[in-house]
Design a protein around this ligand. Sequence first.
Ligand code: TYC
Length: 102
Amino acid sequence: MANKQQSSTALAPERAKIKPPRLYKVILLNDDYTTMDFVIEVLQRFFAMNRERAMQIMLKVHNEGSAVCGVYPLDVAETKVAQVSEFAKQHGHPLRCSMEGT
Ligand code: TYC
């Protein structure tokens, strides 16, 4: 005969509760002072883009005012925003990076 633990259904409802994490868009904003080369460097360094993709996204920000650089769970998105903002500040650029829910 099965013991109490084996015959328990306690694990089933726990499994059903698991939901995928909420995702957040990390967004780069245009300005008139940050150099195009610096933005390309940021996109390659923090968003793992190759040079060609980084150029495309940089030009999208430049022409349209903003663009999504990536979509991540909350903690990762917050870290990206903090890293980009700190890196830009260290290099004397006013580049702004923000996030919003998907
Ligand atoms: N508009 C900037 C320039 O003409 C380039 C730029 C692109 C700045 C993207 C910020 O997120 C940005 N030098």
